[in-house]
Ligand binder design. Sequence first.
Ligand code: PMP
Length: 416
Amino acid sequence: MNTNTNIAPTANFDVEKIREDFPILQTTVHGRPLVYLDNGATAQKPLAVINSMVEYYKGYNSNVHRGVHYLSQKATDAHEAAREGVRAFINAEHTHEIIFTRGTTESINIVAHSFGKAFVNAGDEIIITAMEHHSNIVPWQMLCEERGAILRVIPINANGELILEEYDKLLNERTKLVALVHVSNTLGTVNPVNDIIAKAHVVGAAVLIDGAQSIQHMAVDVQAMDADFFVFSGHKLFGPTGIGVLYGKDKYLNAMPPYQGGGSMIKQVTLEKTTYNELPFKFEAGTPHVEGIIGLGAAIDYINAIGIDNIAAYEHELVAYAVEQLSTIEGLRFIGNAKERVSVLSFLAGDIHPYDIGVILDKLGIAVRTGHHCCQPIMDIFSIPGTVRASFAFYNTKAEVDALVAGLLKAKQMLS
Ligand code: PMP
């Protein structure tokens, strides 16, 4: 199971009190208390996040970076404070290494585009894994097609873990970039990113870590990890949609051309030629998602107040309990049994279609996700149409696990 922490949550981690911070968790669905187990798709937002954005619109709505007036300066200060909050949260060395994007998908596309232009040529190789989200497959396929580069794939075993001996064989001096998920959104597997990064660096390759499913569950230190790029989405981190982060080492970001042209990313424009702004603005063309950035900053403040280690420890216990309880259901089969895993449990119940289970659980107020989870290659590997996926956050409870188990037993009874 997840071994990112062995400590217990501190005594002041009070899940019932935490739940009061999330208005949506007090609501009902089809007359039942909501049991929200679709956190891998998006997480719910605490009042602190919602209020931070309302306060911005009510009190200091203004464009950033361009105004001398009070409101613009206040918005700029909040915007840049959020950037510093992100830096500290992932322990990046420099604040200018934090680029705001629309989300994980856009962050990966920026790297594929701009790193690709600067560093990838015909015959070069890019390595991904068989457990990637489509967002970390398609941009690399597009880049390889455009540049005449070759995409290599690290396979996975029956437990849903990377076969690292195969990675060793794939790495060579033509490898320019390794792009892989930190935590699989379908299997829950935690990949040994530190070792993978260290090995890539031996051949001079850069590494991009897709942190969309790790950043909310464990402490991330991009310097200790030595990641060259680390990307994630605000909305899975209890922040708003439409905002995400691209962390990149400045040695790479400085060497990469801009992704989009427009306002803010320029130093000087003449009708003949443009020179580009310094980091991070070189990669932030146009008016940013100001309220999204402020909301993300508030989400990180909120998490810091609880403590990411407390969150990890609590979830460790919760997910272990869920595995134990789900295992009591006859015919239930986990897809993904990695030794190291967090938050995400994918499973099938006998030969019942995942969609049918999802519909019955919904009627009971239980939100899970069914389908391929944007990981069609994983479905091909396991020869299945999809899975039922329960994904947990620190506001979920053992009582909700019990509700899921009861719902699954009911669904089995109705559908078998
Ligand atoms: N990678 C992983 C591992 C994910 O789970 C997701 C979201 N399901 C993404 C990438 C894409 O994130 P977004 O849609 O927020 O860009």
